[in-house]
Structures are given as structure tokens and as C-alpha cells.
Write a protein that binds this ligand. Structure first.
Ligand code: FES
Length: 131
């Protein structure tokens, strides 16, 4: 597949869940050293470890925007453990495919989501330590 699917174009043109969550349960910024693109993910998690909301900000290419948008839709309603397992292949599949040379862009989205979950887990562990 070397062209963008309609779904990729739709998520690129109308990205879902862009923005910032104030006082998020977890947040993280990751960058792709090859292209220099940057992605920040924010998650809001309830007491049962279920992701209530995800938002992202990106300074990245169209595929990075589309994959971020897609992964936010996949992640909402999942537990953090389930969301941690979302792979770039899952994202590409839900987008009806991505050109091969753009697959690395979907790494950025899943890496950023995982890093935000890591941040959430670290904060939660600290809270429990101090409880
Ligand atoms: Fe950098 Fe796509 S080219 S994330």
C-alpha cells in the first residue's frame, strides 16, 4: 500500500482529540530522532484504571497526526493495560493501511501513548507509597 487511505486522509484533515488535558493522570512527549517530529499525549484515567480521555498535540507529519488521532479513539474506554498493548499494526489496520515508508510514524503515536501510561503508573505508585 503506497497511497493514503480515505480514512487516513479523514483523520489527517479532521483529527480527533487534539489539545491538552489540564492536570492529566499521565502525560509524555516523545520525538522521532530521524525526522525530528514531536508528539505529546495526555491521558485521564479513572479509579479502575480505565482511560476516560486522551488528547494529543503534535508537531509532526500527516501520518503522525492521523495515527495519533486514530489511537486516541482506540484507547478511550480501555484499561491502561489494554491500551499499552496497542501496536502500530493495530493503528495501521484501523486506518485501512499506511504506506510502508510511513509505518515509523505510527510508532510515534503508540510510543507516546505508552510513555503517558508509564507516567501515570509512576505517579500512581508514588501516591500509593505516600498513602
Ligand atoms: Fe516524522 Fe512521520 S515523518 S513522524
Amino acid at each position: 500500500m503506497e497511497e493514503y487511505s480515505d480514512k487516513v486522509m479523514d483523520h489527517f484533515a479532521h483529527p480527533r482529540n487534539t489539545g491538552v488535558i489540564e492536570n492529566p493522570s499521565g502525560e509524555a512527549t516523545v520525538g522521532n530522532p530521524t525526522c525530528g517530529d514531536l508528539m505529546t499525549f495526555y491521558i485521564d484515567v479513572d479509579d479502575n484504571d480505565v482511560i476516560r480521555d486522551v488528547k494529543f498535540k503534535t508537531f509532526g507529519c500527516g501520518a503522525a497526526i492521523a495515527t495519533s488521532s486514530m489511537i486516541t479513539e482506540i484507547a478511550v474506554g480501555k484499561t491502561v493495560d489494554e491500551a499499552y498493548k496497542i501496536t502500530r499494526k493495530d493503528v495501521a489496520y484501523d486506518l485501512d493501511g499506511l504506506p510502508k515508508i510511513k509505518m515509523h510514524c505510527s510508532n510515534l503515536a503508540s510510543d507516546a501513548l505508552r510513555a503517558a501510561i508509564d507516567d501515570y503508573r509512576a505517579k500512581k505508585a508514588k501516591k500509593e507509597e505516600n498513602a
